[in-house]
Write a protein that binds this ligand. Sequence first.
Ligand code: NAD
Length: 521
Amino acid sequence: MSTRTTPRKPVTAPVLQVHRPADGTVLAELPMTTAAQVHEKVEALRVAQPAWEALGVAGRARHLENLRDWLLDNQERMLGLMQAEAGKPRADAMIELGWMGDIVNTMAAGSPKWLADRHVRPHLPLLATRRFTVVRRPFPVVGVIGPWNFPTVLCAGDGIPALFAGAVVLLKPSEITPLACAEVVRAWREDIGAPPVLDVAIGLGEVGAALVDAVDFVHFTGSVRTGMLVAERAAKTVTPVSLELGGKDPFVVLRDSNIARAANCAVFSGLANNGQVCVSTERIYVEAPIYDEFVARVVANVRALRRGTDGPHIGVELGAMTSAAQIGIVEDHVREAISKGARVLTGGSRVERAGNWFEPTVLVDVDHSMKVMVEETFGPVLPIMKVADAEEAIRLANDSEFGLSATVFSGDVKRGEQVARRIEAGSVNVNDYGSTTTCLDVPMGGWKKSGIGSRAGSTAVTKYTRTQAIASPRVPTLDTEAWWFPYSPLKQGVVEWGLRLLNARGLRRLGLRRDLAVDGR
Ligand code: NAD
């Protein structure tokens, strides 16, 4: 029998093109990971996990500190890559790299305490002969799915606490900005020579979906819409998720505020990284008596901003927008607001040049019938609304399906804190912006549709672990225990009396005043 063989075409992986937001040209082409390869990568990581966990916190910290040092040693190249793929100016890229190093240091300092065994003294005297220990063990394989706005720190950076916890990690960076994240993983495996406990999957949403199916815990940062899909998919395998989702952060300016500081802060908090920060100021409420002066200062500040591309030396405040699709959303929000009566005081349009550029924009005469005040814009737009008093500002600030973060300005810090406690958000800064995000010692997480869980503080690490309660005898054991089989009237009497003694308070303990016990007084 003759066999005819047709020459096989080499199987070529689909290619992902990464564009420079600054001019739209192709920056790189990467082979995409298939769903089958996602599962293979997870299985390979799973094999490496027990040895990684067995290293202990100090052993794991050594490799992660090597990564921190590598980032510092390769700072110029990494910042260049981050700027090129995300369109960021130098200053915004520097924040991301600095944040990575701080994550390593903060987690290295806290993890020994957060992951330590906890010995618990039982409150029941009956159990005094047992030793109770609560042990933390990692979810073996953690998947981290990241967005494009801080593509390195919110993907590779969010994997660092999981590695501290003893988990192994598969990263899935955004398809718009995968390069710096992939470079971190390459360095981990090739330059640092760390164990093969960190890998990366490149591709579109379906690669993220395959990761959700394969891992034991999913940490997701991105839009509410995708976050809901991730949670729904993870529920099918009862896989826990933490979700860091979108926001519509309010900025409240009370009449006794330092107006100059409030205006400077509003412009920075709304326009840093082109407004593409989950905790960007997205809507501003100003008490009527100071409204005109505040608006005038904001407009002047925005007009003074420099826009463009800079290289290794800071030269501009605003770069390109990272995602071409996001410009469509920004344009839609601005146009719809104008059609409903909003006025543009500066900016308002896409810049007609190659790449993703939108003018920093200030809108007034806005209200909550407009998308720009209720949906996430995620772009360089500052809509400002005049309010009668603090009560109206608080009511409007809370009139949102989001609850990520907020800012409150007041001349009286105590009053600012009181207002902060009434805002429905996971973090609030008084007379300030970003301190809660920068301080990795406090949790950062969203309320309402802004998410589940948090990324900083001790939970940054402990959320990647499961607790295991272990009970063991403190004294030599007998052949049986009094409450094991067989039951008897004597045991019943002892148990009933014992329970009464334990649970009841006052005279009920002794079985007296049953009349009170019965009618519940
Ligand atoms: P996105 O939801 O479009 O994508 C996020 C990631 O999910 C990408 O890697 C994408 O490939 C992946 N993905 C897409 N479909 C998927 C699916 N079905 N299953 C699994 N993964 C899938 O978000 P984005 O546009 O990249 O990021 C912007 C959003 O992220 C904004 O809403 C912003 O507020 C939010 N964000 C939140 C935080 C926070 O800490 N709360 C931080 C940064 C960004």
